[in-house]
Every structure is written in structure tokens, then in C-alpha cells.
Ligand binder design. Structure first.
Ligand SMILES: Cc1cc2nc3c(=O)[nH]c(=O)nc-3n(C[C@H](O)[C@H](O)[C@H](O)COP(=O)(O)OP(=O)(O)OC[C@H]3O[C@@H](n4cnc5c(N)ncnc54)[C@H](O)[C@@H]3O)c2cc1C
Length: 288
């Protein structure tokens, strides 16, 4: 319950936050919504000497669309995602995901950037970002770079973010007209992390699967794409046999860790079920 003492900083610009990160190195941690970092500090799994709060920085919060690109500031909360008419219209998958994350109080504080930057395989946004081919804007002392989700999740709690970088924005191309999507999550109770979950984005063309992305949550050291399952569906009708096969292929690809949510075999089986469920729902939402 009691974290170690730390110094608190509340810079009002990205530049000032990066300067603090550069000064304090691995003794510093960025603080966003605090709903992963503070619990770890209270258990003393993390004991940073400096916390750099991002809340006073303007311009890294909010949801916008330009052309076909939707941009979401890293400090945008789950609550803001749930309440966004723009996302409800153009990217309902993100709203469906946020609804299944944590609980109302946590969603008022937790941010999309923090959920992704934390690198926890149990978090829900990473798999959804992989399925949507999202891109993350990272700003450091030498400027800005854009990293695709596919290159971002390197291991449990390990991401492509350098110690002196801040994630400022998530960029997502609007899914093609007519495509359907679904995030299916199995959990023990509301507010729990997934036992297994699957994100699917699907586009059909005259009864044939024209485009498909399948990504999995909490069944490997990081969120992962289920490529063999995708390949089995692309170019084929999405019928019962193909859906069953895709579930089997996703099961074969995942590497779950046994814990209180279940052993390896159970989690693997549930990953397959979540893929099948998400595929059926995404298909029912396709209008192509
Ligand atoms: C009871 C409970 C239930 C939960 N259930 C779920 C769930 O079902 N699904 C789920 O996905 N999450 C769940 N969470 C986690 C929650 O969504 C967190 O808020 C989220 O994981 C982290 O976001 P945050 O803004 O709170 O980040 P913080 O806790 O502030 O930060 C997390 C990490 O990311 C880093 N970081 C944060 N922002 C940035 C940035 N912009 N650039 C670079 N690094 C950054 C921090 O330095 C820190 O290392 C739950 C949390 C609680 C307390």
C-alpha cells in the first residue's frame, strides 16, 4: 500500500518532460493515468525516484480525424474514448474495447497511451492496435518518430519506447467502408484482465474474405497477430469450417502462461473460442 518516497514533477510541455527524462535517466518514470504505475509502486515492484506527470501538457489529449486518419492523443482517457461520437461512427472497435477495460473509476483516469506503453500482455489496447495496424508517435530529444504497432511490443513490459521518449499520439487509418470488427474478451468478472481475448477486423468482397486481421490478448509474452489463422481465411468464404480452422490455428500459435486464470491448455482453448466468436460477430457486422 505504501510506495517509496519520490520527487514529483509536472512539466507543461513535451520538451520539458523529455529534458527531465534525460536528466534523471532510469530513476524517472512518466505518470499518465497512474492506474498501472501506482499499483506497482504501492507493491514496491517499481520504485522510481522521480515521477514526471504528463497531465499539464496540452495538445496530447483528444480525438481528431483528418482525411482517413484518426489521431488520438496519448493522454486521452478510456472514458473519453467511450464518449466519442467520432469513434462511435468511424472506429466502434475502440469503443467496444474500452467498454471492456477495468471499471468506470479506472476508465476516468487510465489513458490509451499508458495502456499501450505499459507493455503488459494482459492489457487490451495492444492487440486491438495490432489488428488495426496502428502507429505510435514517439518524441525524444532528437525529434519525432513513428513506430508501427507491429514493431512496438517487444516483450512483457518491454516496448520500443526509449527511456527518454514520450508517446504523444496514436494514429489509426479508418477501416475500409463495409468492414466489420469485434473485440471478444473472456474474463472472470467485470474489471478483470482477459483470460484470453481476440480482436478481429474483417472485410468481405462478394462473399469472400478480402482482408483480415486477428490479434490476441494475454496468451503470449506480448499481444500477437495470429497470422496463420489470417492466411487460412484470406480469399475464402468465412464459413463454419473456416472459422473453426482459424480458431485451431490461433490456438497452435499462442504461448499462454499458466496462472490463477487457468492452465496453458485452458487458455489456449479459450483463445481459439475468442477468435471464433470475434470472427462470427465481425462477419455479422460486415456490410460488404
Ligand atoms: C482494477 C484495475 C483493473 C484494470 N483492468 C484492465 C483491463 O481489463 N484491461 C486493460 O487494458 N487495463 C486494465 N487496467 C489497467 C488500466 O487500464 C491502466 O490505466 C493502464 O494499463 C495504464 O494506463 P495509465 O494511463 O493509467 O498509465 P500509468 O499507470 O500512468 O503508466 C503506465 C506505464 O506507461 C508509461 N507511460 C504512460 N504514458 C506514457 C506516455 N505517454 N509515453 C511513454 N510512456 C508512458 C508509464 O511511465 C508507466 O511505465 C486495470 C487497472 C486497474 C487498477
Amino acid at each position: 500500500m505504501i510506495p517509496r518516497p519520490f520527487a514529483y514533477h509536472a512539466p507543461d510541455s513535451i520538451g520539458a518532460a523529455i529534458a527531465l527524462l534525460s536528466d534523471f535517466g532510469d530513476q524517472a518514470k512518466l505518470l499518465a493515468g497512474g492506474h498501472s504505475l501506482l499499483p506497482m509502486m504501492k507493491l514496491r515492484f517499481a520504485a522510481p525516484e522521480h515521477l514526471i506527470d504528463l497531465r499539464r501538457i496540452k495538445g496530447i489529449r483528444g480525438i481528431d480525424m483528418q482525411g482517413d486518419e484518426i489521431s488520438i492523443g496519448a493522454m486521452t482517457t478510456e472514458r473519453e474514448i467511450l464518449a466519442s461520437p467520432l469513434l462511435a461512427m468511424h472506429l466502434p472497435l475502440l469503443v467496444e474495447t474500452a467498454r471492456q477495460i477495468a471499471d468506470p473509476q479506472v476508465r476516468y483516469k487510465g489513458t490509451i497511451g499508458g495502456d499501450i506503453a505499459h507493455g503488459d500482455p494482459g492489457n487490451d489496447h495492444p492487440a486491438v492496435m495490432l489488428a488495426l495496424d496502428a502507429r505510435f508517435v514517439l518524441v525524444g530529444p532528437h525529434g519525432e518518430r513513428v513506430v508501427p504497432a507491429a514493431d512496438f511490443f517487444l516483450g512483457t513490459y518491454v516496448t520500443a519506447i526509449e527511456p527518454d521518449e514520450v508517446m504523444t499520439q496514436v494514429r489509426i487509418s479508418k477501416p475500409a467502408v463495409g468492414s466489420g470488427a469485434c473485440y471478444a474478451k473472456l474474463k472472470r468478472k467485470t474489471g478483470d484482465f482477459a483470460t484470453a481475448a481476440a480482436a478481429v477486423v474483417l472485410r468481405m468482397d462478394r462473399g469472400i474474405c478480402a482482408d483480415i486481421a486477428i490479434a490476441l490478448t494475454n496468451v503470449a509474452p506480448t499481444a500477437m497477430r495470429a497470422e496463420a489463422a489470417e492466411n487460412a481465411l484470406r480469399g475464402r468464404p468465412v464459413e463454419d469450417a473456416a472459422i473453426a480452422e482459424a480458431g485451431d490455428l490461433a490456438m497452435a500459435a499462442c504461448e499462454p502462461a499458466a496462472d490463477l486464470r487457468g492452465d496453458e491448455a485452458y487458455k489456449r482453448a479459450m483463445a481459439g473460442q475468442m477468435v471464433r466468436r470475434a470472427l462470427r460477430t465481425a462477419l455479422s457486422r460486415c456490410t460488404g
